[in-house]
Design a protein around this ligand. Sequence first.
Ligand code: ASP
Ligand code: MG
Length: 399
Amino acid sequence: MAVVVQKYGGSSVGTVEKIKNVAETIIKRKNKGDDLVVVVSAMGDTTDDLIGLAKKITDNPDKRELDVLLSTGEMISSALLAMALKDSGYDAVSYTAYQIGIRTSGQYGKSLIEDIDGNHLKESLEEGKIVIVAGFQGINEEGDITTLGRGGSDTTAVAIAVKLQGVCEIYTDVDGIYSVDPRKYSKAKRLSEIDYEEMLELASLGAQVMHSRSVELGQKYGIPIYVGLSNSETCGTVIKEVTNMNMESKPVTGLATSDEDVAVTIRDISNDTNVLSNLFEAMASRRINVDMISQTAPVEGRVNISFTIPKDDLKECLSVIRTYASKNSINIDEEITKFSIVGIGMKTTSGVAAKMFRLFSSNNIEVKMITTSEIRITCAIRQEDKLKAINLVAEEFKL
Ligand code: ASP
Ligand code: MG
């Protein structure tokens, strides 16, 4: 008998009615004979509401106390779900992180799971209970309640699946992972499977379907993660190691765009590695997250250097670079889109970048900057070209 670890997101348990529906879904599965551990998020917007409450007390809530507060959201939903199950005559029990020893390390608000007391969970399962776990929370070395970062219940679920060697199913408000965000490209296809690495790249590019650390954990321990709608006939997406690289497989799996960055160009700066490293060190020390970097060829020892940063970091960035460059030599471009294609097939297929650049050049799409990884190509383009670029590239690579 398999242990099935399911996770229901905030929208699936957003109301009392929905919690009752989830209970029915769980009961059907239990009746098939599976052992069930169910991880829940907080109801609907509860976490945002709790943050709002804290902000009404102070602009700068104490981090320890904020985690205590935020952890209560998942305790409410887990208790209500266990109640609903018991009311239908099923033996269920809800647990907090403390009760099942979800030990964490690191900072409040973004702590990491170190280990879980699997025996406690197993005992309850052996007693025939449906186990409900409050997601998103843990207990650190000091015995304090911590949280795992926004969306962290996914990671709770995968960590439990790892510990119990079970299967992991994440139920959310989307019916799976798409090749392109369907709101941006209506012909986008739902993927039946996607590799862990591709999913991580897409997540880092802003596809916020899954908590990234949950995917990393699945990859590390080889636990496939199913993502989809609960109670639905449509099949979702399995995140797993995709090895089947036959000639039919596509070089590009997904496409993502983001308008959250700005491009900063410093003109006519000395082509001195010392200057450049000082500049980027200064930004790193202020935790400014530099992403794409490009540099022109040196002319008489001078270069232009461009890079992208998140919009939120612009002010901080300008205060840093003004010590390296005069105001006139700094140019800010807020109208860029980061346009990325992702696919593990790129490891073994050549010419993917060439194809994309050909498409761009013959359609008048200016490429301002480029970065690549083994499985990703990202270009900075003009925001006004975004939709055109999405359509062209999605058609070309049959996304
Ligand atoms: N309730 C938390 C949040 O909204 C954790 C989660 O949903 O996974 O971020
Ligand atoms: Mg949530």
